[in-house]
Ligand binder design. Structure first.
Ligand code: NAP
Length: 451
């Protein structure tokens, strides 16, 4: 069983358990247990799920059931704090008219202990039923044959866009002079590139076969000690990622979209990503976009249009430091996006504050971008901001922007008042708050939205 409501129980099963509980032939504690099952199943009857409508649009009820994976290590601490602030933001924004029915989904070490599997099928089924979920960090099991649980989730639900907004929070210590210039959103392709794990160890028979094939058919000669990795980049997957980035830019009135690639070296993968990106903009968003080349020739003529530009990855790493304010939405391949998103987060104070969402056409899982920080497990000292902000992203995904505004504004106010957890307190030389106390400080600073 995944959780209270993840049994996949049918109405018949519910009625059976109801009847059994009325005719107990058991001890008091067993009867109590039965009573709880009935209450849980009663709750199940009233649960409302998000539906996927035409064109993958979401039909969100006023009390949707949202799945949450607590996560390993610091996961339970930051999940508890995050759920309490998300609930409070809903109360402030909608005064009880909208709420979330949270359902816990087992994954990671807790799932292994209870079910013998890190990610049981019931958990995948439950996440599917919920459509939208949130997760704490999960330990990547060490040892051969294990795929990261995060990668598994992304591939299972085809969550092809890893979306990472990076913005500065005044009051947070940063390694750069003007961190406030940063306000970017990265769209990182999540399903292909070197992350598909097509790799052959240098001394494996597969690598030998590949080398022989390349020598015989492609005139490519590799020495016998060469390991091989394959980098697939497709037109379909590149195009849908860029499409999502441009749609976001239009919806959120952003200024430009930069295609980041290493196409000068990898022409038919990274270079093709850039070409396909420009094609999507020209073919599907002609009225809203203009290429940088056209724009620079006649800026006045193109005011208000989203400028589509591209940058080679190495240049982009220095541009984000030297010309931070020139960049806005970024669309890039998997490996580039991995490097770039952590580097950008560092510019505004580190991963502890960086939110993320893995989003497909319909399904979405929002997550903290840092790991399980095992040395702080169960100590109530971790910084929950990353997961809380991922919660705000989730609220926006549900189009519950008022609640997202309440939450983000309260987090901003908390940082402004220099109320921080130990990761930042030690740099700022001030007294740290516990993870749970930090959550309470955020709730204290929540204000209803102005209508
Ligand atoms: P990590 O868990 O992110 O922790 C590295 C260090 O970052 C911590 O020791 C701590 O630094 C700091 N840190 C991270 N999150 C923090 C938070 N919320 N509050 C305060 N400090 C925080 O990275 P890791 O040690 O490389 O990975 C540990 C495990 O997490 C691995 O099993 C890895 O596979 C997994 N992981 C999971 C995800 C995911 O589920 N999305 C992502 C990354 C890693 P100080 O020691 O300086 O205080």
């Amino acid at each position: 069983m995944v959780s209270d409501t993840a049994t996949g129980a049918t109405l018949r099963e519910y009625l059976q358990s109801l009847l059994t509980s009325f005719f107990p032939n058991r001890s008091a504690s067993k009867a109590w247990e039965k009573f709880h099952i009935v209450v849980r199943h009663l709750r199940w009857i009233f649960m409302a799920y998000i539906k996927i409508g035409n064109n993958s649009t979401l039909e969100v009820p006023s009390n949707p059931t949202i799945g949450y994976i607590e996560g390993d290590g610091i996961g339970p601490d930051i999940s508890r704090a995050s759920i309490s602030v998300i609930n409070a933001s809903l109360e402030f924004a909608y005064g009880g008219d909208r709420s979330i029915e949270w359902v816990k989904v087992l994954a990671g070490e807790e799932a292994l202990n209870k079910t013998g599997k890190h990610l049981p099928q019931e958990s995948l089924d439950q996440l599917k039923k919920c459509v939208v979920s949130i997760k704490g960090p999960l330990t990547t099991p060490i040892g051969q044959g294990f795929r990261s649980l995060n990668v598994t989730l992304r591939q299972y639900f085809d969550l092809y866009a890893n979306i990472r907004p990076v913005k500065y929070f005044p009051g947070v210590p940063s390694p750069v002079k003007n961190p406030e210039k940063m306000n970017m959103v990265i769209f990182r392709e999540n399903t292909e590139d070197l992350y598909m794990g097509i790799e052959f160890k240098y001394d494996s028979p597969e690598a030998a076969k590949m080398r022989e094939f390349l020598a015989a058919n492609m005139d490519v000669k590799l020495t016998d000690d060469t390991g091989i990795g394959i980098k697939p980049i497709s037109k379909f997957k590149s195009s849908r990622l860029v499409r999502k980035a441009i749609q976001f830019a239009i919806k959120n009135k952003r200024r430009n979209v930069t295609l980041v690639h290493k196409g000068n070296i990898m022409k038919y993968t990274e270079g093709a990503f850039k070409e396909w990106g420009y094609q999507v903009a020209a073919n599907e968003f002609k009225d809203n976009t203009v290429t940088e080349e056209e724009y620079l020739k006649d800026p006045d003529n193109y005011r208000g249009k989203i400028v589509i530009k591209d940058r080679i990855t190495d240049n982009m790493f220095q541009q984000v430091l030297t010309r931070t304010e020139d960049y806005d939405v970024i669309a890039t391949t998997n490996l580039n996006g991995d490097y770039l998103s952590d580097a950008l987060s560092a510019q505004v104070g580190g991963l502890g504050l960086a939110p993320g969402g893995n989003v497909g056409d319909a399904y979405a899982i929002f997550e903290a971008v840092h790991g399980t920080a095992p040395k702080y497990a169960g100590m109530d000292v971790a910084n929950p901001t990353s997961l809380m902000l991922s919660g705000a992203m989730m609220l926006r995904h549900l189009e519950w922007d008022d609640a997202a505004d309440v939450l983000e504004n309260a987090i901003l106010a908390t940082y402004h008042d220099q109320k921080v957890t130990q990761d930042l307190a030690r740099v700022m030389n001030i007294k740290p708050l516990k993870c749970s106390e930090f959550g309470q400080e955020i709730i204290k600073r929540m204000k209803p939205v102005k209508s």
